[in-house]
Design a binder for this molecule. Structure first.
Ligand code: TUI
Length: 312
């Protein structure tokens, strides 16, 4: 599965693990990289020292390239931007904002920069300011999302830029990966499918919730506040959406979700916590290792695309 993305990043398969807040820590990232994909440590809202430590721990577990995702709304984003350069991180992905002001620092440090975008406009802007590739993320994804679906966003971004495009949102098996290639993507980013893997350190309740989820089990909270977030439905999403419909204030709604992701990930409180996951949760059935998962994804994709010339 050689594509512009495997070449750019020096990896075996063009499969990138999403930088999931609180979920994507170094055990998972190292396991994905060791299995031939690109593992990512999600910096989320964590302080810069936590990120530095995570990078150092990942290096003990793998000699392969891995990346850090910087969530640009984090109060620590400026500091983390420097830490990744100091620690010699090979790849940076960004989310929830425009990383333009860090671009020079990262390029000078030899970092491959791959912003996550949810629109054509931001993709074009990222290309102009020197991004090596973009991840076009559709609203099937978990967590903070944009407006467009993967099916519509990816080909429009592919048409708008010359740098390689990585598709994200909705893929959990070889069919999804093959479809992404058909849309013109040169790689995929997958998050939800990695949650129940053996190496992922989230609470077992969180893994079970993803495995149990059916097609219609995600909800999007926060559309009215301008910060839409896709999660698995539970007591809190029901309350949240009722309050949102009744015109609750931003502060009232925030109270319901504050610290919710940590509660779900670490304490396993899947009833009152925020269980972020994408719509592909309905496709995720197995608790297997990252190696088994990636081997299976590659085999399934190959069976569909062998001989099409889509990749070498
Ligand atoms: O960033 C994500 N997904 C995330 S971040 C996150 S952290 C968090 N969020 C809520 C509660 C607690 C923790 C969870 N999930 N995906 C990438 C992404 N980026 N999706 C959408 C965007 C985006 C949206 C608007 C990127 C840029 C943008 O506008 C930038 C601009 O200036 O135009």
């Amino acid at each position: 599965m050689k594509t512009e993305i495997t070449e750019l990043l020096g990896i075996e398969y063009p499969i990138i693990q999403g930088g999931m807040a609180w979920v994507a820590e170094y055990h998972l990232a190292a396991a994905v990289s060791n299995a031939g994909g690109l593992g990512i440590i999600g910096a989320a809202n964590a302080p810069a020292d936590w990120v530095r430590e995570q990078v150092r721990e990942a290096k003990k577990l793998t000699d392969k390239p891995f990346g850090v995702n910087i969530m640009l709304m984090s109060p620590y984003a400026d500091e983390i931007a420097k830490v990744v350069a100091e620690e010699g991180v090979k790849v940076v992905t960004t989310g929830a904002g425009n990383p333009e002001k860090y671009m020079e620092l990262w390029k000078n440090a030899g970092i491959r920069v791959i912003p996550v975008v949810a629109s054509v406009a931001l993709a074009k802007r990222m290309e102009r300011c020197g991004a090596d590739a973009v991840i076009a993320e559709g609203c099937e994804s978990g967590g903070h999302i944009g407006e467009s679906t993967t099916m519509t966003l990816v080909p429009q971004v592919v048409d708008a830029v010359h740098i390689p495009v990585i598709a994200a949102g909705g893929m959990a098996d070889g069919r999804g990966i093959a479809a992404a290639f058909m849309l013109g993507a040169k790689g995929v980013q997958m998050g939800t499918v990695f949650i129940p893997t053996t190496e992922c350190q989230v609470h077992e309740n969180y893994k079970d919730q993803v495995v149990k989820a059916k097609d219609i089990d995600t909800r999007v909270t926060g559309r009215s506040t301008g910060h839409p977030v896709r999660v698995l439905r539970n007591e809190v999403t029901r309350e949240y959406l009722e309050k949102e419909k009744a015109g609750a204030t931003f502060e009232e709604l925030e109270m319901l979700t504050l610290g919710g992701l940590r509660r779900a990930v670490q304490e396993g409180d899947v009833k009152r916590g925020s269980v972020m996951a994408g719509q592909s949760a309905g496709l995720v059935r197995d608790k297997i290792s990252c190696q088994e998962l990636i081997d299976r994804l590659v085999k399934e994709t190959d069976a569909l695309l062998k001989g099409t010339g889509i990749y070498a």
